[in-house]
Ligand binder design. Structure first.
Ligand code: HPA
Ligand code: ZN
Length: 355
């Protein structure tokens, strides 16, 4: 029963201790999916340094230590400020390919088999980087990664909602013109504003076959989640933790079986929650919500997906609950049904061996 004990250190990657090695191996062996991770927020500090030097981006600190300090976020808007600065280091096709290759290799090394990756497309368009440059770079690396590691990646281009609906229109136009078939959805992120102005935009995205995958209720309150459901017809909710403040909303999400991408360490590091013990993940699961476990922006938050499973375990979730999170991820993904069946069976087998 040692795996039921709470682990003390949850905010930062700790690696296995001998007492936790059973659960550590279990977490490693679980086949996993990532449904909420930002490509640009997956840049390792070393890559960030090199690209900042390559393109002379002054807004980025010039040492690893300074970058680590830079990643101490005062609040969510401060996180977004740092995110926007680091995104400026991505300029040419090679930069996008390199970031994608590294991200895919790191995911594969954690036994992540499939990922739906947010791409902050508008943040590149606004700097004059053409959508073709972004898509050519990430597609080249996506195909290579699939050959080399067997991992499958799909894309969710998005735009910062606080920049206004016109930026969303421009982003969607670029996706519909230049986006590859591996684009599965369309998203909105950044500082959380009302989703109401994006109603027609998301209707257009859905009509073009894109899934509606907005961030909502990360820190903007339950009303943003209602809007995401009723106006944007969201198929999944990015973060959604504020839903727990509204019992009617919880009931709606539960009844409709809408998956929620939860990222505990992200919420802690952007100070959406004060302390990890107050994170609603266990309550969300108890309430019967279809919760998945994700990293959001792993190096910026000092985490990765293995660590998120450790953190969830530290919140009192046992191996059965961790396996349920992994199964939920598969169910909430846009994988084909055969792949879903295979992965679910493999999760069940890993759980049976653990028991
Ligand atoms: N929320 C909103 N926008 C973002 C995030 C996030 O967690 N990460 C990168 N862009
Ligand atoms: Zn996010």
């Amino acid at each position: 029963m040692e795996w039921k004990q709470r682990l003390s250190s949850v905010a930062v990657m700790t690696g296995p201790s001998s007492a936790a090695s059973g659960i550590e191996a279990f977490i490693r062996d679980l086949p996993k999916v990532e449904l909420h991770v930002h490509l640009e927020g997956s840049m390792q500090p070393g890559t960030l340094l090199e690209l900042a030097a390559k393109h002379r981006v002054d807004a980025v600190p010039d040492s690893l230590e300074a970058i680590r300090n830079w990643y101490a976020f005062r609040d969510f808007p401060h996180f977004i400020e740092v995110y926007l600065a680091s995104v400026q280091t991505l300029c040419d096709e090679e930069d996008f390919a390199r970031l994608t290759a590294d991200t895919a290799a790191r995911l594969a090394a954690q036994n992540v088999r499939y990922a739906e990756v947010h791409v902050s497309l508008y943040n590149h368009l606004m700097r004059g980087v053409p959508a073709r440059v972004v898509f050519d770079g990430i597609e080249h690396a996506r195909r290579e990664a699939e050959r080399e590691h067997g991992i499958r990646l799909r894309w969710i281009p998005d735009f910062p909602g606080d920049f206004g609906v016109e930026t969303g229109e421009e982003t969607l136009d670029a996706v519909l013109k230049d986006g590859p078939e591996s684009v599965v959805g369309f998203g909105v992120g950044s500082v959380e504003v009302s989703r109401e102005p994006f109603t027609d935009l998301f209707a257009r995205a859905r009509a073009a076959g894109l899934r509606s995958l907005p961030h909502a209720g990360e820190n903007g309150g339950p009303e943003r989640v209602w809007e995401a459901l009723d106006l944007l017809r969201a198929e999944r909710i990015g973060h959604g933790i504020d839903s727990m403040r509204d019992p009617r909303l919880v009931e709606r999400l539960r009844e409709a079986g809408i998956p929620i991408d939860v990222s505990p360490t992200s919420n802690l590091r952007t100070r959406a929650v004060e302390v990890i013990d107050e994170h609603p993940l266990p309550r969300m699961m108890e309430a019967g919500l279809l919760v998945t476990l994700n990293t959001d922006d792993p190096p910026m938050f000092g985490t990765d997906l293995l660590n998120e499973y450790r953190v969830a375990h530290g919140m009192g979730l046992d191996a059965d609950a961790l396996a349920a999170l992994a199964r939920n991820g598969v169910a909430a993904s846009f994988l084909d049904e055969a792949a879903k069946r295979d992965m679910t069976a493999e999760i069940d087998a890993v759980l049976a061996r653990f028991r």
